[in-house]
Design a protein around this ligand. Structure first.
Ligand SMILES: [Zn+2]
Length: 463
């Protein structure tokens, strides 16, 4: 079977064919680094990591260019820096580091390249100049604005016409825009804000132009696969498409637009104001990274998914069940020729990333492994199970360390951990740092990492 993917642009499943035979370019919108990533951000990371693994299997890692950017200039970052009275890199650097830690715990492979917006401002300026030259953008008082009416295809990705888009635009629109749907490519920066010199004065880029410039630089005028969450289709991806195709009309910007569905928490949209905001870090306090992965992959990537205790418990016990099935055969060596994924798993994944069907087959292999006694069959089953699971980024840990690290086997309860943390906090308050360090040491030996912040102390299991 060949890979079939649901294309948001055509609204149907299509066989995947890259523009250049044997080579694939994939671009996925990465995080805006002003705060810790949340579990909604984890979904595209995991979904596109699975797609990356499938592409690597078919094309070879050297032929897949996977670009995931980092938005490190944005008004949310500027506001956070102004609020704290520090420079933006004091916000972005630790956030990028935390992001990398979090997603490595989710067992996501690093992309081929992870460009940062601040390193690519000159490419953005060039692209904006091109849009002005081609009469798709105009300058007003240091702002450069994209003229949506100049693009007859504007709205095609999100399936709306300009009238529908205009009816959704908020009334209080900046007076410098010709049409309320026009969007900003460049805006002026006052002396308190980060800025770059440009033909329109000192300023900074808008968010959308960042992705158009970085995808062109690292993949080219035509991207095979562009990914992101459903919430990015409009306006972000619509605007990326408009900018890229209007500045380079000879090429289609993206061949396959792939979008993952929403994630809710206990049936509600996640938001800080509702108090149901879960960071990846919070999730990893109570769950191994592979359980979070299995939870996300337990639903089809285009379906909505709900983060709730019942589903998380299921994911936790499912991943343990898979590792348990391997425990009895942990010393059995698998010959290289048996280290091949099951055809059923490959077919499911190539059918628009049907991860629930792939997992069903993985569970079946695990239960066969539990019942089998013939050595040869055990070897084949173990090889198929591990190779199949690794396409989903699962069962990647050494079996001994999984059970050693697994909290089920630790002789410490969460109540005991909480009590020790309270004792340590009291010791710190009393400036008894020796005692505080001693308690940290006890917890460290039990495989527990403490993280202190102004909001208190959090703990998580070492991987
Ligand atoms: Zn983007």
């Amino acid at each position: 079977m060949t890979l079939n993917l649901y294309n948001t642009l055509t609204r149907k499943k299509e066989p995947f064919e890259p523009l250049r035979k044997g080579k694939v370019g994939m671009y996925v919108c990465g995080p805006t680094v002003y705060d810790l990533a949340h579990i909604g951000n984890a979904r595209p990371i995991i979904v596109f990591d699975v797609l990356y693994r499938i592409l690597i299997r078919s094309y070879g890692i050297e032929n897949v260019q996977y670009v995931r950017n980092i938005t490190d200039i944005d008004d949310k970052i500027n506001n956070a820096a102004l609020e704290k009275g520090i420079s933006i890199d004091k916000i972005t650097e630790p956030t990028i580091e935390a992001f990398h830690q979090d997603i490595s715990e989710l067992n996501a492979l690093p992309p081929t390249i992870e460009p940062r917006a601040t390193d690519n401002v000159s490419e953005m300026i060039q692209l904006i100049q091109e849009l002005i030259k081609r009469n798709h953008a105009y300058e007003v008082n240091g702002h450069v604005i994209f003229d949506v009416q100049s693009d007859p295809k504007y709205g095609s990705l999100s399936g709306q016409n300009l009238e529908q888009i205009l009816s959704g635009v908020r009334v209080e629109v900046a007076s410098y825009k010709r049409s309320p749907a026009d969007f900003v490519l460049w805006k002026p920066s006052d002396k308190n804000l980060p800025g770059w010199d440009s033909p329109w004065g000192r300023g900074r880029p808008g968010w959308h132009i960042e992705c158009s410039a970085m995808s062109r630089k690292h993949i080219g005028d035509c991207i095979d696969i562009h990914g992101g969450g459903l919430d990015l289709i409009f306006p972000h991806h619509e605007n990326e498409r408009a900018q890229s195709e209007c500045s380079f009309p000879e090429s289609r910007f993206v061949r396959y637009w792939i979008h993952n569905g929403y994630l809710t928490v206990n049936g509600e949209k996640m938001s800080k104001s509702l108090g149901n905001f879960v960071t990846i870090r919070d999730a990893l306090c109570n769950l191994p990274g592979e359980a979070v992965r299995l939870f996300i992959l337990g639903s089809h990537y285009r379906a909505p998914i709900d983060w709730n205790e019942r589903q998380l418990d299921q994911a936790r016990s499912s991943i343990n069940r898979l590792y348990t099935s391997l425990r009895n055969v942990k010393d059995l060596n698998v010959h290289e020729s048996y280290q091949i994924p099951s055809d059923i798993v490959i077919d499911a994944l190539e059918d628009d990333l049907n991860t629930p069907a792939a997992l069903t087959e993985i569970y079946r292999l695990a239960s066969l492994l539990n019942k089998e006694s013939s050595c040869d069959k055990l070897e084949r089953l173990k090889g198929a199970l591990i190779s199949s699971a690794q396409l989903l980024g699962l069962l990647d840990q050494d079996i001994n360390s999984w059970f050693l690290d697994s909290k089920e086997t630790k002789n410490i309860s969460t109540d005991e951990i909480d009590t020790l943390i309270l004792k340590r906090n009291k010791a710190r308050k009393d400036r008894d740092f020796e005692e505080a360090d001693h308690i940290r040491g006890i917890l460290d030996e039990k495989g527990i990492i403490l993280e202190d912040s102004e909001h208190g102390t959090k703990w998580r299991w070492k991987r």
